[in-house]
Design a binder for this molecule. Structure first.
Ligand code: SF4
Ligand code: SF4
Length: 99
C-alpha cells in the first residue's frame, strides 16, 4: 500500500505552502473511505468564489485546489458545507444524486 512520506512540520509562509490537500507531498490520505458515508457534498461552482476555505478544512484532504472533491476519500462529514461562506456546497443524501 502507498504511504505518504512523513515530514516534520514547517510553518507555512503562504497559502501555497499550507500542508493540506491530496496533492501535497506529505499528504493526509492513506486510505479511501470505508463505504459508510451517508451524505455527499455537491459543489455549486456558480456560487463558489474559490476562497479555498473548504480545501483548508477538509479533514481528509479530499478537496483539491480547483474545488473538485474526490469521493473515494470524502467521508461525508459536512465540514466543507458548514464552513463555506457562500453556501456553495450542499450535502446530498447518498443515493439521491442525479444520474
Ligand atoms: S469554501 Fe465555498 S466558496 Fe470557498 S472555495 Fe470552498 S466551495 Fe468555494
Ligand atoms: S464532506 Fe468532509 S470529508 Fe467530504 S469533502 Fe467535505 S469536509 Fe471533506
Amino acid at each position: 500500500m502507498y504511504k505518504p512520506h512523513i515530514t516534520g512540520f514547517l510553518m507555512p509562509e503562504s497559502l501555497e505552502q499550507m500542508p493540506f490537500g491530496p496533492s501535497s507531498p506529505a499528504g493526509v490520505i492513506v486510505e479511501g473511505n470505508a463505504g459508510w458515508r451517508v451524505q455527499r457534498p455537491v459543489v455549486d461552482h456558480e456560487k463558489c468564489i474559490r476562497c479555498q476555505i473548504c480545501w483548508c478544512l477538509c479533514p481528509e484532504g479530499a478537496i483539491d485546489r480547483a474545488i473538485a472533491i474526490d469521493m473515494e476519500f470524502c467521508k461525508g462529514c459536512g465540514i466543507c458545507a458548514h464552513e463555506c461562506p457562500k453556501k456553495a456546497i450542499i450535502m446530498e443524501r447518498e443515493g439521491d444524486e442525479q444520474a
